[in-house]
Design a protein around this ligand. Structure first.
Ligand code: ZN
Length: 437
């Protein structure tokens, strides 16, 4: 605190990296000192207990065993919000941890715009006469063959294996050990050749961001990612806008067929439709591009009600099932595929979910800005040219670290603040063409 005050007494010039670092250190320091030590200790213990309880209770569908530790975590995080303080409502104080400078009042309009647009698009998809053939993706493909192809794709989009690794894990993730060492993980299922492939592209998208952060600023805010929402925009851009596009598969399908004999007779239209199948389901992590944000919306509304005190934890399963029926038209048969499916709440991560949708919104907006600057992205992909896209992202997003608040970063990169209209237009156009309406 004394060091910060001394630095602020002789402030660096405004709008410099030094000023940004000071701003971010002040922000982190002020938040940390507002949380009393006994509350911080109680939260750490409660989250540890609740996550362990969740691991045991989920496979047993034992909501009753999970409820008390979950209720304790929620109660402590509400105390944390009160200690930290907030302008409009307690949820703001939690959201701010994952998405700096974002408020509930920024997120609610995104979801309010997305909800009717996605429900309407889903209705048209349900009514469409065209249907993809998902069995194509369930053909057997040896894990070793899948891995070889995944490495080929990750290399082609710019992931640097000389500064990273691909390893196997139960739950895929990307992590930076240090500058020059950014690793990705995946899991292979021999009866599903899409899961690992799109999982690797997703994690490589996160890793490209980390590999593009300024190494000289390592340890400083200007050497860190801007936010979880911006991070997810990078993974979803590469996974969905790029790797689920026609141009991408015009380039890669022949290579996929060489690596994975099961795809030998797959046609481009058939394969592209299969990897873009829309099917309302129970599980967020399995969701397609159209339904994914409805899963997030439901969680945002429920956790907002929990944090406000409008919904009691004991009433969560009923509220969850009602919301699933209302938004996606499906009803979970059990707790594991319903309210207990995600680890987040057990780990205390209230306020985290909206960053997923913000990431999707920003991804579509970045893609629109790249089309303006780089021309037809599909034609670049079809020629196997991914360097222009990566260079654009490096310059506009990666190189800045957390120098700018996320909204400002997006405004500088695209010309406007995060706007769900770009995502809605992208989905309407893409799925209208695929499903034929
Ligand atoms: Zn991600």
């Amino acid at each position: 605190g004394d060091e910060l005050a001394a630095a602020e007494a002789a402030p660096p010039a405004p709008d410099t990296p030094q000023a940004a670092n000071l701003r971010e250190w002040r922000r982190a320091f002020d938040r940390a000192v507002k949380v009393p030590e006994d509350l911080a200790v109680a939260l750490a213990r409660a989250c540890s207990r609740a996550e362990t309880a969740w691991e045991r209770a989920r496979p047993a569908h034992d909501w009753a065993a999970f409820l008390p530790p979950l209720a304790e975590v929620l109660s402590l995080r509400r105390q944390e919000a009160a200690a930290v303080g907030y302008a409009a409502e307690p949820y703001d104080a939690l959201l701010d941890v994952y998405e700096p400078y974002a408020a509930t009042a920024d997120m609610a309009p995104l979801f309010a715009a997305l909800r009717p647009a996605l429900v309407s698009l889903l209705d048209r998809i349900r009514g469409a006469s065209r249907r993809p053939d998902p069995t194509l993706l369930a053909r057997r493909a040896a894990a070793a063959d899948q891995e070889a192809f995944c490495r080929q794709v990750a290399t082609a989009i710019g992931y640097d294996f000389a500064a990273g690794r691909l390893d196997r894990t139960a739950h895929p993730f990307a992590t930076r050990i240090a500058p020059g060492d950014v690793r990705i993980t995946t899991r292979f299922r021999e009866d599903n050749l899409a899961e690992a492939l799109f999982g690797v592209v997703h994690e490589a998208g996160h890793a490209l961001y980390e590999q593009g952060l300024p190494a000289a600023d390592y340890g400083l805010p200007t050497g860190e990612a801007a936010s979880l929402g911006v991070h997810e925009s990078q993974s979803r851009l590469w996974e969905n806008v790029t790797a689920r596009s026609r141009g991408f598969w015009r380039h890669f399908l022949p290579q996929a067929q060489a690596a994975l004999p099961a795809l030998a007779d797959a046609g481009l239209d058939q394969f592209l439709f299969a990897v873009n199948e829309v099917r309302p389901g129970l599980i967020r992590t399995d969701a397609d591009e159209v339904t994914y944000n409805l899963h997030v919306l439901l969680r945002f509304e429920l956790e907002l009600a929990l944090v406000r005190g409008d919904l009691a934890p004991a009433d969560l399963p009923d509220a969850w099932n009602r919301a699933m029926a209302d938004t996606l038209g499906v009803t979970p048969p059990d707790f594991a595929s319903g309210v207990m499916q995600d680890v987040h709440w057990s780990a205390g991560l209230f306020g985290y979910f909206p960053t997923y949708t913000l990431g999707n919104v920003i991804a579509a907006q970045l893609a629109a800005a790249m089309r303006r600057d780089l021309g037809d992205l599909e034609e670049l992909y079809a020629r196997g040219e991914f360097a222009p896209q990566l260079a654009w992202l490096r310059e506009r997003i990666h190189a800045h670290g957390a120098r700018y608040a996320p909204r400002e970063l997006v405004r500088r990169a695209t010309g406007s603040e995060p706007d769900p209209g770009f995502l809605i237009r992208y989905l309407e156009e893409k799925y209208g063409e695929l499903y034929g309406f």
